[in-house]
Design a protein around this ligand. Structure first.
Ligand code: FAD
Length: 354
C-alpha cells in the first residue's frame, strides 16, 4: 500500500443512480465508503439528455431503493431535470459521501485490495464497485466515406434540442428508443430521414416502463416471455404523435457517405446537412485497464455484476451485469447483491429501509 494513499473499505466509482444505489446498501451495512464522481454536479447521465426527454414510467416506477421518487408537479412522466433533482435529494437524504470533480484514472491490484489513482490523488480500497455508466463513451459505427463527409455529425449524447437544426436535411441513425425519440423531436423542424438496420419494433401504445420492468422481472425468474426486449421502442407521447402523423417512416441503412450526403446500395443519393448517431454507448471502463480483465464483445466477463474477484463489482451499465440494471427501478437489486457479495461478512444492520 502506498503510504500517501487515503484508505477506505469500499470505493464506488461513479456518482450517478447506480453509484448512489450502491452507496445506499453500503451505508445500510455500515461499511465505510466513498463515492468518486468526475462531474461537478449530481445527476450522472441525466445532466446530458435532450431537453424534451421524458421517462418511460411514472415516478413511482422510477425509484431507487429506500425513497420513492416524488411525482412531478404536472403529474406526467418525469423529465430529466426531475430525475436530477431526485438524485441530488437522494444523495442528501442518505448523507452519501460523494466527492465531485474527482476522476478515477486507474485501478490496480494491491495488497488486500486495490490502489485507485484519481485526478486528485491516490486511494487504497478493499473493494471497488464500478458504476461509471456509459454516457461518456458514445459509440459511432464506422461507415465508408465518413471521413470525407463535410456535413455535421453529432451523437445522441450531445443532442439537445431541434431548433438549431431548423430547415436542415437531417439523417437520424438508429432504430432504438433514442433514434425514435430524436427523429420525433426533429420532425416538426427539419427534413428527417430515419435510417435503421432493421425495421423498428414499436411496443403497443399501452406498454410503458412499468410493463417492461414487470416482464423483465418475470424473465429473470425464468417465467414467461413477454412483450419484447427492453430495447424495443416505447410509444411515449411524442413518438406516438410523430408516428401517427406519418413523420416516423423508417428507411433502410445507407451504404456509404459522399462528401455532401449519403448513398444507398441501389445508387440512390441524398444530400445531408447533419447526421445524428443514435447508436448507443459502451461501458466507461478505461480506468480498469491495468487489471487486464478478460472481455467478451467489449464487456468484462462477469456473472451478473460480479467479476471473478468478488471485491470488484459492476453496477448499472446494462443487461450484461444484471437484467434492467441500467434503469432507475432495476438497479437497486443489483447494487444490493454486489454489496453483499463484496462484503458477505458484514450483516445488514437495518431491518427496514428508511
Ligand atoms: P451514469 O448516470 O452515467 O453515472 C455514472 C457517473 O460516473 C457519471 O456521473 C460519470 O460522469 C461518472 N464517471 C464515469 N467515469 C468516471 C471515472 N473514471 N471517474 C469518476 N467518475 C466517472 N432509465 C429509466 O429507468 N427510465 C427511463 O425512462 C430511461 N430513459 C432513458 C432514455 C435515454 C435516452 C437514455 C440514454 C437512458 C435512459 N434510461 C432510462 C437509462 C438509465 O437510467 C441511464 O442510462 C442511467 O443514467 C444510468 O445510470 P448510471 O448511474 O449507471 O450511469
Amino acid at each position: 500500500t502506498e503510504r500517501s494513499a487515503q484508505q477506505v473499505r469500499a470505493l464506488v466509482v461513479g456518482g450517478g443512480q447506480a453509484g448512489l444505489a450502491t452507496a445506499f446498501y453500503l451505508r445500510r451495512r455500515g461499511i465505510e465508503h466513498v463515492v468518486l464522481d468526475d462531474q461537478a454536479r449530481p445527476g450522472g447521465a441525466w445532466l446530458h439528455t435532450w431537453d424534451s426527454l421524458r421517462l418511460f414510467s411514472p415516478a413511482a416506477y422510477s425509484s431507487l431503493p429506500g425513497w420513492p421518487m416524488p411525482p412531478p408537479a404536472d403529474e406526467g412522466y418525469p423529465d430529466a431535470a426531475h430525475v436530477v433533482d431526485y438524485l441530488a435529494r437522494y444523495e442528501q437524504r442518505y448523507d452519501i459521501p460523494v466527492r465531485r470533480g474527482e476522476r478515477v484514472t486507474a485501478v490496480e491490484h494491491a495488497e488486500n485490495g486495490f490502489t485507485v489513482r484519481t485526478s486528485r490523488g491516490t486511494w487504497h480500497a478493499a473493494a471497488v464497485l464500478n458504476a461509471t455508466g456509459t454516457w461518456s463513451r458514445p459509440f459511432v459505427p464506422t461507415y465508408p466515406g465518413a471521413g470525407a463527409f463535410c456535413g455535421n455529425q453529432v451523437h445522441s449524447a450531445a443532442y439537445r434540442s431541434p431548433e438549431r437544426y431548423a430547415g436542415q436535411r437531417v439523417v437520424v441513425v438508429g432504430g432504438g428508443n433514442s433514434g425514435a425519440q430524436v427523429a420525433a423531436d426533429l420532425a416538426p423542424h427539419a427534413h428527417v430521414t430515419w435510417c435503421t438496420l432493421r425495421p423498428p419494433r414499436f411496443l403497443p401504445d399501452d406498454v410503458d416502463g412499468r410493463e417492461l420492468f414487470r416482464v423483465a422481472t418475470l424473465r429473470a425468474r425464468g417465467q414467461g416471455e413477454g412483450v419484447g426486449g427492453l430495447g424495443d421502442i416505447v410509444a411515449v407521447p411524442p413518438v406516438r404523435a410523430a408516428r401517427d402523423a406519418g413523420a416516423l417512416r423508417r428507411t433502410p441503412m445507407f451504404a456509404r457517405f459522399t462528401s455532401d450526403g449519403i448513398t444507398w446500395a441501389d445508387g440512390t443519393t441524398q444530400k445531408v446537412d447533419t447526421v445524428v448517431w443514435c447508436t448507443g454507448f459502451r461501458p466507461a471502463l478505461a480506468h480498469l485497464s491495468p487489471l487486464g480483465l478478460r472481455r467478451t464483445n467489449g464487456v468484462p466477463n462477469t456473472d451478473g455484476p460480479f467479476a471473478a474477484d468478488p471485491r470488484l463489482a459492476f453496477v448499472g451499465y446494462g443487461d450484461w451485469c444484471g437484467l434492467a440494471s441500467a434503469t432507475l427501478i432495476g438497479v437497486g437489486q443489483w447494487a444490493r447483491r454486489a454489496v453483499h457479495r463484496a462484503f458477505p461478512e458484514d450483516p445488514d444492520t437495518t431491518h427496514r429501509p428508511r
